[in-house]
Design a protein around this ligand. Structure first.
Ligand SMILES: *Cc1c(COP(=O)(O)O)cnc(C)c1O
Length: 225
């Protein structure tokens, strides 16, 4: 893609996000995190050059290497993948802006311990498996309120900001809607939660309709890969 084509394609996506958010209301602001797992540092640099500031990786090694390669740019890095406990040190060394994917109490405790030792804090979201899919990580809707409260209480180095969820991986849009609605309903009950991270390339308009204020867009932003 030429730079012009890339700009036009990016503008069309922003336009779609804008229309979707205005259908909620004028004050509903939606942040775009570019899921850059499909691309290298140069492609991130070109999207940065046309205005994108937040990028998310789903592998710790990629977050580390790309954030080092792009050290000169004030990029806001997000970690959106499943985090293995043995990758915590590496993750923290990259100083991510937000971790989207706390999916167990064990992980929360391990993170808190490491943060304590390094005298650091970390913004984080708790992942909800609102589609009840065995292949997905996250807490089930029935347990999330209790676990969220427990993490807040027992892991003071983790600054919980809300929830992350991946929409149901099905063709049936009614089921996708249902999973988004479940996430939104839970999000609204959580104390001091301000981030509802849901919606990807194939379902972001629907996610915004259900209250998402952070969408993670990958393939649609990097179409030729
Ligand atoms: C890859 C990825 C995305 C983006 O997916 P697309 O369908 O390519 O937009 C969003 N969230 C997570 C957790 C991902 O791993």
């Amino acid at each position: 893609m030429t730079l012009l084509e890339q700009k036009l394609s990016f503008d069309r996506i922003i336009e779609r996000v804008e229309k979707a958010r205005l259908r909620v209301n004028n004050h509903h602001i939606v942040k775009i995190v570019a899921a850059s797992k499909y691309v290298d540092a140069d492609a991130i640099r070109s999207l940065y050059a046309i205005g994108q500031r937040a990028f998310g990786e789903n592998k710790v090694q990629d977050l580390v290497s790309k954030s080092e390669a792009l050290d000169e740019l004030p990029i806001e890095w997000h970690f959106i993948g499943t985090l293995q406990k043995n990758k915590i040190n590496q993750l923290l060394s990259a100083h991510p802006h937000l971790l989207h994917s706390i999916d167990s109490l064990e992980l929360a405790h391990a993170l808190n311990e490491r943060l304590e030792r390094e005298n650091m804090n970390l913004r984080a979201l708790v992942q909800i498996n609102s589609a009840y899919e065995a292949t997905k990580s996250g807490f089930y809707p029935e347990e999330i309120n209790e676990k969220y409260a427990q993490i807040m209480q027992e892991c003071p180095r983790l600054h919980l900001q809300g929830v992350m969820s991946i929409g149901a991986h099905v063709e049936d849009t009614a089921l996708i809607r249902k999973s988004f609605e479940t996430t939104r309903r839970i999000y609204e009950t959580l104390p001091n939660a301000s981030i509802c991270s849901m919606g990807m390339s194939g379902d972001f308009e629907m996610a915004i309709e259900y209250g998402s204020n952070l969408i993670r867009l990958g393939s649609i932003l990097f179409p030729k890969i």
